[in-house]
Design a protein around this ligand. Structure first.
Ligand SMILES: Cc1cc2nc3c(=O)[nH]c(=O)nc-3n(C[C@H](O)[C@H](O)[C@H](O)COP(=O)(O)OP(=O)(O)OC[C@H]3O[C@@H](n4cnc5c(N)ncnc54)[C@H](O)[C@@H]3O)c2cc1C
Length: 541
């Protein structure tokens, strides 16, 4: 009622920079004011700074609903949440007390300022500088692609900027994190003069037109160190899991909106007749349209289950009583994060494309809005680390570094679920079969990787994408098995929402039959090694 109506105008009118001021689409300010008045911004944050202290498993679903309503607009809250998280963990008490209450309430928004023209995936190349001066630092450099880097929706904007101190070591070990406000804040919390931060221009983008993506210039802007010197990237990494799981959640949100729209169209659009040439029917009666709808529905549901269960692991890693349990859950989060981010965002591309396809020609026409979801979704595989970077992280840091131990533990947990399935039900038996075969394929692929990566220096890089997609599909299949088991139990116990569970069961069956077998294709590709990938010289491309 409040956010969703701003979505189409946000896409159509977009944002613009006029006389140094970022102008936003109609309705954005009203929606934001209502959002912060409702206390939604502080759900997951510490009560001492005005938050509600709720776990990620509550905060994430709320974000999903908000993002499905208007993805561009929601980025303002999402980036603020990331900045708050970094502050909560790393800032000193003085900075926390001065900034966090207003950031948590939403009166100030936040940004994450990493990227420079020569430093994207490779932050080692970053060269924004920080010169010490009295109690603060002078930050100088140009940053690009900064989400909601400027606007008038909040009283102030708090930039979390990566920069180098004068004596910093080369590469990623010499990067520090600084808080740079748009307006300086006095000791009593009132706003002081404008800081030397300027928006040079706004990027013109394929999608998320209603979101300001800024080129920012920091010209000896006043900034304050957050965390220890030269530990900036480590500080960023402590909130990276949240942010990357958050992008998995974004993928669920856009795919869901695309699905709801495609479903409504499929029920409404009359085209063709029943298979025996009888009466004219809506397109949802055609088997191929049903295939497309179920390809969307079944994958959205397992994506959501994957995101939420990883969010629960995140909560356990923070709130479990013993350090042993915290570590166990933390290890699972570390392994799952690149899978959740990489797989969900890649699948989201396919799903929003299918959402458009279900509309036929009208999907290609902007007025239906199906194309907007397709365009908006495209960013999810790029920011917060591209799929290639997620895949490197998964295979390099999360699998090879611990000799596949965390992955073996995950496979054992999936096998435990399999052993508990009620295979007297034919659909559960079918899912069990497919999942067990998939685990064998993953084990064979893991063995291949472990046995060959030292002889073949390109192997890890060449197979990492397929490895990520294989594990994404497998772990989604795991969620399908768990969901199907619960659905059967609910149906058998005569649950009042039986229709929901019947639909869930079919969705899981469809996933096991139509999507899960992709594990074998990914596995087969992995086991061919890197030879063909690396065979051509640059000139031969
Ligand atoms: C709309 C939008 C919003 C953004 N918001 C923000 C923001 O708020 N703050 C911020 O700091 N940044 C932001 N970014 C920047 C974003 O995080 C980067 O674009 C992203 O990390 C990729 O960096 P790059 O564009 O330099 O691509 P590159 O690093 O040049 O990558 C190009 C290609 O090479 C591949 N590649 C690069 N290195 C490797 C490698 N080692 N191994 C395998 N493949 C590799 C990549 O996967 C990619 O396919 C945003 C970008 C966009 C488009």
């Amino acid at each position: 009622e409040v956010i969703a109506p701003t979505n189409v105008d946000g896409d159509r009118y977009g944002v613009s920079l006029k006389n140094g001021v970022v102008e936003v689409p109609p309705g954005y300010q009203e929606a934001y004011d209502e959002y912060i008045q409702g206390g939604w911004n502080g759900l997951g944050f510490k009560p001492e700074f005005g938050g509600q202290g709720l776990p990620a498993i509550i905060a994430l679903p709320v974000n999903e609903i908000m993002m499905a309503a208007n993805f561009s607009w929601s980025h303002l809250a999402l980036l603020s949440q990331a900045a708050i998280r970094a502050m909560e963990i790393h800032a000193n008490d003085e900075l926390k007390n001065l900034y966090l209450p207003k950031m948590v309430s939403g009166k100030f928004s936040g940004t994450m300022v990493l990227t420079e023209p020569q430093a994207g995936s490779d932050l080692a190349a970053l060269n924004t500088t920080a010169e010490p001066e009295e109690q603060h630092y002078k930050i100088t450099g140009q940053k690009i692609f900064i989400t909601w880097g400027d606007h008038e929706l909040t009283d102030n904007i708090i930039h979390m900027v990566l920069a180098r101190l004068p004596d910093a070591p080369e590469g990623v070990k010499g990067i520090s994190l600084f808080l740079v406000p748009k307006y300086l804040v006095n000791a009593d919390g009132s706003l002081g003069k404008r800081n030397r931060v300027e928006t040079v221009s706004l990027e013109h983008k394929l999608g998320i037109h209603g979101c300001a993506t800024c080129v920012m210039n920091y010209d000896a802007a006043e900034g304050y160190l957050v965390g220890q010197p030269n530990q900036g990237l480590a500080c960023m990494f402590t909130m990276m899991n949240d942010a990357r799981i958050g992008v998995g959640n974004e993928s669920v949100a856009i795919a869901e909106r695309s699905y709801q729209q495609a479903l409504a169209y499929a029920k409404d659009r009359i085209q063709g007749t029943t298979h025996d040439g009888g009466k004219r029917v809506s397109i949802i009666h055609h088997p191929d349209v049903r295939r497309m709808l179920l390809t969307m529905k079944s994958q959205i549901e397992v994506m959501r289950a994957m995101v939420y269960s990883t969010a629960a692991e995140l909560d356990y890693s923070r709130k479990s009583e013993s350090t042993e349990d915290q570590k166990r859950h933390g290890d699972r989060v570390d392994l799952m994060t690149p899978i959740v981010k990489g797989w969900c965002s890649e699948v989201c591309q396919e799903l929003t494309s299918i959402g458009l396809q279900i509309h036929g020609g009208m999907g290609y026409i902007e007025e239906t809005g199906a194309a907007q979801h397709f365009r908006d979704a495209r960013i999810t595989t790029i920011y917060e680390g591209t799929t290639g970077i997620q895949a490197n992280d998964l295979v390099g840091r999360k699998i090879l570094k611990d000799k596949g131990l965390a992955l073996q533990t995950l496979l054992q947990d999936i096998e435990l679920t399999i052993s508990e399935l009620d295979t007297s039900h034919s659909i559960i038996a079918q899912i069990e079969d497919e999942l067990s075969e998939s685990i064998e394929t993953v084990r064979a692929s893991l063995n291949y990787l472990m046995n060959h990566y030292q002889d073949d220096q390109h192997l890890a890089g060449a197979v990492s994408y397929n490895f990520l997609m294989m594990l994404g599909t497998l772990t989604a299949g795991w969620q399908a098995a768990r969901s199907a088991q619960i659905a059967v139990q609910q149906i058998q116990s005569g649950a009042s929402d039986g229709e929901f569970y019947e639909s869930k069961l079919v969705s899981c069956q469809f996933f096991a039959e139509q999507i899960l077998p992709k594990v074998h294709a990914y596995g087969k590709s992995i086991r061919t090694g890197s030879a063909a990938t690396m065979a051509l010289s640059e000139d031969q491309f």
